[in-house]
Design a protein around this ligand. Sequence first.
Ligand SMILES: [Zn+2]
Length: 241
Amino acid sequence: MNKNQVALDRHKTSNSITRVVDSTHWLSWLHHAKLIHFTHRGSDITAGAQSPGLIFPTTAIFSYSSASPTGGLAESTLVGNEGIVGLWLLSPKTISTVGISLQTPGFGIVIAADFLHREISHSSEFRQALLNHANASVWYATQTCFCYRHHTIEQQVSKTILLTLLRTGRDEVQMSHQMIAGVLGIRREAVSKALEHLQKLNLIEQKRCCIVVRQPTALASEACECYPLIRAQLGYSLLAA
Ligand SMILES: [Zn+2]
């Protein structure tokens, strides 16, 4: 077993979809899999020739967002180790996609679309995991629209920080105020004010490089109801177990 395969085996267990692939099928996946370290925050991962294949994030987080010609930006969903990026590559039709960019640097397993297309018919576990993820993604996008309209900025900022922590497994978030504002489609000043309030409560500590979460449980009580709902819907209770 070479070093690359050992690393892929280790990362396989970190993504909720690759985790369901049984060991026999996984041997054939390995011939089509690459472990990639995504480092360029904000880089665009779009459909077509630029896409390296379907990405199963293990520590990286990707953001689906819409942008207006005047510079407005709002995220609809984040995808981390609970899901997959690039489902449109499995469709025989040309589908227009929203922008997808790297939100948090980290690793992902990249697998060629033509292999996965065949694998859908061979593996019922993989097929079911994809359907579960597609259903959860639709629900997540709908809940995010509800959140923008009905929940306060402090609640949304708390939710965004906590969802990033869940996906990375770390206690710090490497996001600037501007990045959080871009994700939520709000002004940077509003994010700074919310973070200041959370810091005064000693729930977070703002450092030059990142935001360190001091009390995740207490921060969860500042977040909106979307946080536990999204956490449960995306299966994070299972990942945390
Ligand atoms: Zn909410």
